[in-house]
Design a protein around this ligand. Structure first.
Ligand code: NAD
Ligand code: DAU
Length: 350
């Protein structure tokens, strides 16, 4: 097993949940977290473990080659989360996505090969597979599905997946790639749909539902994702890809109504806005490979309970999200919507 793990992007949503999960689940593992603290990186996300004897934090950019080689000198394994992660931002400006997601991943792979790191786990996304039709419920993404990314974000993640594949094939690096569906849970940056809608409703504001609201996402609780990642890190086959999901497909309209019900609000709090450009219609994950090979299955993603406890976390932690919404998120919101109440998040047209 691995005793010294380097996590990239550990101050973000999933990375911070993973750092905490590993420290609790593996008493013999030391975690170094390298994060540049971009707009979505937040030291508050790991405040409870910052003095933990098996945890350390380094502020650095994954594109800095010499720094990454230094950090990989004495680690056994790398778990790579660091990324630009929001589809709408990738539509507004693609270049940071190419820099961090593509060049950053390549920089890490080069360092891992040079330092002979034993294991490299690349955290990717189901969005690399593109979109499924709404009227073919039996169709789901498998690890054999074609890579057909539709957004600049998904294209940058697909490119990084190909680089990981090549590092395994050409240099023999012991890699695995995971492709997970939409995560929810505590500490998610409130630009993503669930924390954005919950916090808007708590503030008495309307929620901006894109298009007809019939787009489907397959929701998994972040701790289920973390547990699956640990299973792949420890027991996944070299050169393999594993899909991760919890069989929990919901349309955005269904999700929105569930949130309105939990927070005691009516449908008048929905604001229909123009659709996201290139909006993928449906994601659905077939996770039978990880279930059969590694014996992992989701246990924490059951609705409505998991959604209710997530909403409860945001209700009880207003200081965490208010600081973000009054700070960094405001600039993004202004760029997305301008000052027109019904404007499109992307084109700015009312
Ligand atoms: P996030 O935006 O919350 O966190 C990203 C983290 O990466 C932040 O802490 C940020 O500071 C850091 N980072 C960004 N650029 C960096 C750089 N150049 N150098 C060092 N650190 C940098 O994202 P998230 O939702 O936690 O996603 C984490 C990973 O999981 C991403 O790779 C994403 O593609 C993948 N993923 C996310 C989901 C989801 O539903 N959120 C689902 C599947 C896969
Ligand atoms: O599937 C995994 C992916 O899930 C991850 O790779 C991404 O990092 C993560 O951001 C997420 O991508 P999505 O685009 O699916 O997530 P987002 O929360 O942005 O949107 C979810 C759905 O909600 C999508 O169909 C668009 C819709 N939406 C989103 C926002 C922000 C709205 O209707 N209104 C909104 O304001």
């Amino acid at each position: 097993m691995f005793s010294r793990v380097l996590v990239t992007g550990g101050c973000g949503f999933i990375g911070s949940n993973f750092v905490r999960f590993v420290l609790n689940a593996r008493p013999d593992v030391t975690v170094t977290n390298v994060d540049v603290l971009s707009y979505s990186g937040n030291l508050e996300n790991l405040r409870d473990v910052e003095d933990h004897p098996r945890y350390s934090f380094v502020r650095a950019d994954i594109c800095e080659a010499a720094r990454m080689r230094e950090l990989m000198h004495d680690v056994d394994a790398v778990v790579h989360f660091a990324a630009e992660s929001h589809v709408d931002r990738s539509i507004l400006d693609t270049s940071p996505f190419i820099r961090t997601n593509v060049l950053g991943t390549q920089t890490l792979l080069d360092a891992a090969v040079a330092c002979k790191v034993d294991r490299f786990l690349h955290v990717s996304t189901d969005e690399v597979y593109g979109s499924l039709p709404l009227d073919k419920a039996d169709m789901r993404f498998t690890e054999e599905s074609a890579i057909r990314p539709n957004s600049p974000y998904a294209a940058s993640k697909a490119a990084s997946d190909m680089l990981v594949r090549a590092a395994h094939h050409t240099f023999g690096l012991n890699t695995s790639i995971t492709r997970c569906s939409n995560n929810f849970g505590p500490h998610q940056f409130p630009e993503k749909v669930i924390p954005l809608f919950v916090t808007n409703l708590v503030e008495g504001k309307k929620v901006p539902l894109y298009g007809d609201g019939l787009n489907v996402r397959d929701w998994i609780h972040v701790e289920d994702h973390c547990e699956a990642l640990l299973a792949v890190l420890e027991r996944g086959r070299a050169g393999s890809v594993y899909n991760i999901g919890a069989d929990n497909e919901r349309s955005n309209l269904e999700l929105t109504h569930a949130l309105l019900t939990i927070l005691g609000k009516g449908p008048e709090f929905i604001r229909h806005v123009e659709d996201r450009l290139g909006h993928d219609r449906r994601y659905a994950i077939d996770s039978s490979k990880i279930q059969n090979e590694l014996g992992w299955t989701a246990t924490r993603s059951q609705w409505p309970d998991a959604l209710v406890s997530t909403v409860d976390w945001y209700v009880k932690n207003p200081d965490w999200w208010r600081r973000i919404k009054n700070g960094e998120y405001r600039y993004f919101h202004e760029k997305m919507y301008g000052n027109r109440a019904n404007a499109s998040p992307v084109t700015g047209k009312a």
